[in-house]
Design a protein around this ligand. Sequence first.
Ligand code: NAP
Length: 407
Amino acid sequence: MICGLLGEKLGHSYSPMIHSYFGDYEYNLYERSADQLAKFFATTKFRGINVTMPFKKAVIPYCTRLSASAEKLGSVNTIVRQTNGDLVGHNTDYFGFLSMLKKSGFQAAGKKALVLGSGGAGITAAAVLDELGADAVIISRSGDNNYQNLDKHHDAALIVNATPVGMYPNNGASPINLDPFLHLECVLDLIYNPARTKLLLDAEARGIACQNGLWMLISQARQAAELFMGEPIGEQLVADIYQKLSSQCENMVLIGMPGAGKSTIGKLLAQKLNKPFIDTDAQIEALANKSIAEIFSQDGEEMFRALESQVLADLCKCSGHVIATGGGCITKAENFTYLHQNSKIYWLQRDSEKIPLEGRPLFKKYSIDELYEARFPLYRQFADCVVLNDGTPEEAVEKIISLEVTT
Ligand code: NAP
């Protein structure tokens, strides 16, 4: 059975991985421009395809008929070929968003919900919210409700981002400032890369319940796979795929004092898990074209920290890497945002007597105890979990892997 995904740019699609868990069918990526659609439908022998940006409307003329939800929303994200050759267009994003909302626990009935963006996903999210009895308002750059008169809607209980603002590679951008929204109960972002957009990081910092779009992505794929195969798929499989994909995509970041073993353990961990390894100090040296010791002695610590933040802002957009950081990366608050957006952060702790002082510029200025005392609360703020490096590097690697499984 041949299935696949049709869209204009598909470079970072998670769909082939997701569908490989759902069924034993071929899943191809069909990257096409708008003027190639007619030829695609005339010549491609598929059983079912998913459709993504920007073709969810453009494929409608190629469908023999539409399901009720695709008809209502004017948007098709799944097409299934019937035995008589008819092409039926469906909208599984509706089910995907409904499932995401259910997972978030937000009770929509009677509450105001703002949906940012009037594209296919925004219209779908608003339709689901309306159906559940919410007062759903679409905020559009060119609509009556827009980003200039948002003050009318500061009583919203839910904000849903259905714009691409903040999506990889434009991490760090947010479509809206959450500060004036004092009644927010939940923030949902349909974006899933990065795992935590700026919007979600802001919500998290205020203690507001929030969720990214990965569950929706897997749930809409579940309904599409059911249509391709003609058989039901249980929700437990969605949960299992969500777990697998989240940990596959998450970076593993090692923080800790200079000499705590971050580079050695990071390299071993990456080898063991077959993930790419990045050492931020090596990246900083490449950027400055000099050694860390030279940066400290010639340009000073402040310049080193600025270069470090520049490197982190860029490289932490990646997914599925092991990243060893410099011991002082926790001294700049902005670095937390860069690291936390896509990573689990492991604090490697090592007995100060075992830390080698040789070749570490900061130990010329501060004693190890002074440095540790100043940094301890910062490591604690950054870390998701603590790993004691009190044995061999291989033992520390095993501890990290066991934490991966249990947390
Ligand atoms: P779309 O049809 O292109 O619509 C996106 C809408 O966002 C546009 O219509 C526009 O609305 C608004 N927008 C675009 N650029 C903007 C900017 N620079 N600033 C502010 N608003 C902007 O795309 P879509 O299919 O609805 O997808 C929207 C987002 O949802 C994408 O990030 C997509 O990856 C995500 N998505 C996720 C899932 C999932 O399963 N998790 C499923 C579908 C979509 P206005 O012109 O009205 O402002």
